[in-house]
Design a protein around this ligand. Structure first.
Ligand SMILES: C[S@@+](CC[C@H](N)C(=O)[O-])C[C@H]1O[C@@H](n2cnc3c(N)ncnc32)[C@H](O)[C@@H]1O
Length: 374
C-alpha cells in the first residue's frame, strides 16, 4: 500500500503509516521549518517543499491520500473566515487531487469547529464535494485523550472509500461503517439519509455521506480507549532553567483567584485577575493539557509543577502529541512549539487508518431503508 501525505507538516500521518507498513511515496509542505524537520526524520527522497498549487499534476499514483489541511480558516482561534478565506480553497486542491488520482482511500483531519461553523455550511460543502466524487465518506470526532495522550484535543477525521463496502453491502450484505465502533442497536436512530444541501445546522459527531446524501448521529462513548495518561506522567525530570517563570510572574500569581477545578480533564488551579480566558490560567498536572496550538502565546501558559511555575518544555510538547522526544531537534526550541501544536497525533490517525485498511467495519441498522435511496 502506498500513501501520499498532503500538508505534511512534521509528519504525523507519516509516523502512523510507517507503523502500519504503508509506504509514503510523496509528501509536501510549504513551510521551510516543517519541511526541515520532515526531511531530517524521514529523508529528502519523497518530500517536496513548496506550494501544493505547483504540484497538483505531478503527484504519483497512490492508494491512500492523507492530509491535515490548514485549520486556520476553520479554527476558532483563527479569523473565522471559513470558505471565504483564500486558504479555504486549499480544500478544493484536495478534491482536485482525489478526483484526478482516485486513491482507494483518503483520510483528512481538521478542527472540531468545522462541524458547526456557519451552521454547518462549510462541512456540508466538504461532504458534498467528497461524496460527489463517488466516495463513501464517513467522519468522526475523536479526542487525543482516548489514544493514551495527556491532551484534550478534539479533531474531526473524514475518511473516504472509493470501492466502498457500502456498495458491496448492497450486493452482498457486507458491513460497512468503519468509525463509529457501534453495533446497530446503539445508533439505530440513524434511519434517514437526508440531502446534504438541505441541511442547515451543526453536524453531529459521527456520520456518513454518499452521493449528495448523509446520515449522522452523536456517538458518545469511545469503547476502544486506551488507559488514561495524565500530564504529570510525561514531565521531564530536570528541565532547563529557561522554562521557569521569573519572580515577577510569581508575584502576579499571588494575586490570582483560586479555581482548583477540572474542565474537560484539564486541571485549572488559578485564574489571574482581569482575565477569564484559558491563557490567563495556571494549570496543574493532575489532569491533561488543554489543546496545544500553533499560537505563540499558548506556549507560555503556566503550569505549577512541584510547587514551581514554568511552561511546558519542547520535549513535553512532543510527548503530549505522541511524537518521539527529539523529533523536531533540527530546529530551534522556539520553532518546535508551533510545529507540534499544528501536528496530528500519530496514534489518533493510526487507529483510523488501521480500521480503514484492515476493514474493521460495523453493521448499521435499518439498512434496508437506506437502500431505497440509491
Ligand atoms: C494543520 S498543519 C498539518 C500538520 C501535519 N499533519 C503534521 O502532522 O505536522 C497544515 C500544514 O499545511 C501547510 N500548508 C499551508 N498552506 C500550504 C500550501 N499552499 N501548500 C502546501 N502546504 C501548505 C502548513 O505549512 C502546515 O504545515
Amino acid at each position: 500500500m502506498k500513501s501520499v501525505e498532503l500538508f505534511a507538516g512534521i509528519g504525523g500521518f507519516r509516523i502512523a503509516c510507517d507503523e502500519l507498513d504503508i509506504q509514503t511515496i510523496w509528501a509536501n509542505d510549504i513551510e521551510p521549518k516543517a519541511s526541515q524537520v520532515y526531511t531530517s526524520q524521514f529523508g529528502c527522497k519523497e518530500h517536496v517543499e513548496g506550494n501544493i498549487d505547483d504540484y497538483l499534476d505531478s503527484i504519483p499514483e497512490h492508494d491512500l491520500l492523507t492530509g491535515g489541511f490548514p485549520c486556520q480558516p476553520f479554527s476558532s482561534a483563527g479569523k473565522k473566515l471559513g470558505i471565504n478565506d483564500s486558504r479555504g480553497s486549499l480544500f478544493e486542491k484536495i478534491t482536485y487531487i482525489i478526483n484526478k488520482k482516485k486513491p482507494k482511500y483518503f483520510i483528512l483531519e481538521n478542527v472540531k469547529r468545522l462541524l458547526s461553523m456557519e451552521k454547518g455550511a462549510h462541512f456540508a460543502r466538504i461532504l458534498k464535494s467528497l461524496s460527489d466524487l463517488g466516495y463513501l465518506v464517513e467522519w468522526r470526532l475523536l479526542n487525543a485523550v482516548h489514544f493514551g495522550l495527556p491532551q484534550n484535543r478534539e479533531r474531526i477525521v473524514i475518511i473516504g472509500h472509493r470501492n466502498s463496502p457500502f456498495n458491496a453491502y448492497l450486493c452482498s450484505n457486507a458491513d460497512f461503517n468503519t468509525l463509529s465502533c457501534k453495533t446497530n442497536s446503539s445508533i439505530s436512530h440513524v434511519t434517514q439519509w437526508k440531502k446534504i444541501k438541505h441541511h442547515r445546522s451543526k453536524f453531529l459527531n459521527w456520520g456518513m455521506a454518499f452521493q449528495g446524501r448523509f446520515c449522522h448521529a452523536d456517538v458518545l462513548s469511545f469503547s476502544e480507549k486506551q488507559a488514561d495518561t495524565r500530564l504529570h506522567s510525561i514531565l521531564e525530570a530536570t528541565p532547563d532553567s529557561r522554562f521557569f517563570f521569573t519572580k515577577d510572574t510569581l508575584k502576579r500569581i499571588q494575586n490570582s483567584d483560586v479555581v482548583n477545578k477540572f474542565y474537560n480533564g484539564v486541571e485549572i488551579l488559578y485564574n489571574q485577575k482581569g482575565g477569564a480566558r484559558m491563557g490567563y490560567s495556571i494549570f496543574g498536572t493532575a489532569g491533561v493539557a488543554p489543546t496545544l496550538t500553533c499560537t505563540t502565546s499558548r506556549h507560555y501558559e503556566r503550569y505549577r509543577i512541584h510547587n514551581e511555575y514554568r511552561r511546558l518544555t519542547n520535549i513535553e510538547y512532543a510527548r503530549i502529541q505522541g511524537f518521539p522526544d527529539l523529533h523536531c531537534q533540527s530546529v530551534s526550541i522556539y520553532d518546535q512549539y508551533p510545529l507540534y501544536g499544528n501536528a496530528v497525533p500519530p496514534a489518533l490517525v493510526k487507529w483510523v487508518i488501521d480500521r480503514i485498511i484492515n476493514k474493521k467495519h460495523v453493521p448499521l441498522n435499518n439498512i434496508s431503508k437506506k437502500k431505497e435511496l440509491f
